[in-house]
Design a binder for this molecule. Structure first.
Ligand code: M1P
Length: 269
């Protein structure tokens, strides 16, 4: 995988025609917030000689660079399509594609009202520990974490357990829906310590418009088969909408080892 994008056949010449494989990141290509294994990178590289590949993650590109790339290798060169923040930040063959922004869509005044409420709500929570960065402002969404995004790996694991037992995030989201019924926002629990807030429709299906538009590019491809692999494909999970979308063939995986196994069975037999 640690090879230049140019060594792969052009998208139009990949042996498995008109097909793209899209992967969720956490617990699909990597363990949550951990780095990808060399074995998975090797498999993805072999796949890329046969078919177009991409990732679609809820996190921002910085996190995907940490998890999938290396200090020397830009993650956007490792995949044909790189979709951070559900595709609100998008790259094709390492070059950026046009995207929208959360703040542009919502407006500063509504955003300030929302974020003030969120910060007050968090200030009143009784949690075993609290760290820092409770709201992370991203291009296509905000990410809200009651414990704070600076939590260590151990603190993450502890918070996740506490949250499951006490329903902190579920109650928080219910309160946000009650307080802001008209903002047109979706609240999605995709990871261990936080939830994402974005305009309704800006879930992972957002990235499909980039795939559908590919045929309009000079070197583009008409992708008629779009495979999606994800672990949170159940209703309410942040992979559900794209998994369930009629434009995709959905695959549920248990973890990266399962992804590896399924890919071997589907594309190397
Ligand atoms: O990719 C899944 C989620 O990963 C992170 O969640 P957490 O920090 O709660 O484990 C976040 O980047 C989140 O935005 C993303 O949906």
């Amino acid at each position: 995988m640690a090879q230049a994008a140019s060594i792969y056949p052009p998208l139009r010449d990949r042996p498995i025609k008109n097909t793209v494989l899209l992967f969720d990141v956490d617990d699909t290509l990597t363990r949550p917030r951990r780095s990808v294994t060399p074995e998975m990178l090797q498999l993805l590289s072999e796949l890329r000689h046969k078919v177009a590949i991409g990732f679609v993650g809820g996190s921002n590109l910085v996190k995907q660079q940490e998890q999938l790339g290396t200090p020397a290798i830009d993650v956007t060169t490792l995949f044909d399509f790189s979709f951070a923040e559900n595709g609100l930040t998008a790259y094709r063959l390492g070059a950026p594609l046009a995207s929208q922004s959360f703040i542009g869509w919502l407006g500063e005044d509504k955003y300030k009202e929302l974020v003030r409420f969120i910060l007050r709500y968090i200030a009143d929570l009784e949690l075993p520990v609290m760290r820092g960065t409770f709201v992370e402002f991203r291009n296509g969404m905000i990410n809200v974490s009651p414990v704070g995004r600076n939590a260590s790996v151990q603190e993450r694991n502890d918070y996740e357990k506490f949250d499951k037992e006490n329903g902190v995030r579920v109650k928080f989201i219910e309160e946000l829906k009650r307080k802001f019924p008209d903002l047109g926002l979706t609240y999605s629990i995709g990871g261990q310590i936080s939830f994402d807030v974005f305009p309704t429709g800006w879930d992972k299906t957002y990235c499909l418009q980039h795939i559908e538009n590919d045929k309009n590019l000079p070197d583009g491809v008409d992708y008629t088969t779009i495979h999606f692999f994800g672990d949170k494909t159940f209703k309410g999970g942040n992979d559900f909408e794209i998994f369930d979308d009629p434009r995709t063939v959905g695959h549920t995986v248990k973890n990266p080892d399962d992804t590896y196994k399924q890919l071997k069975e589907l594309f190397f037999k």
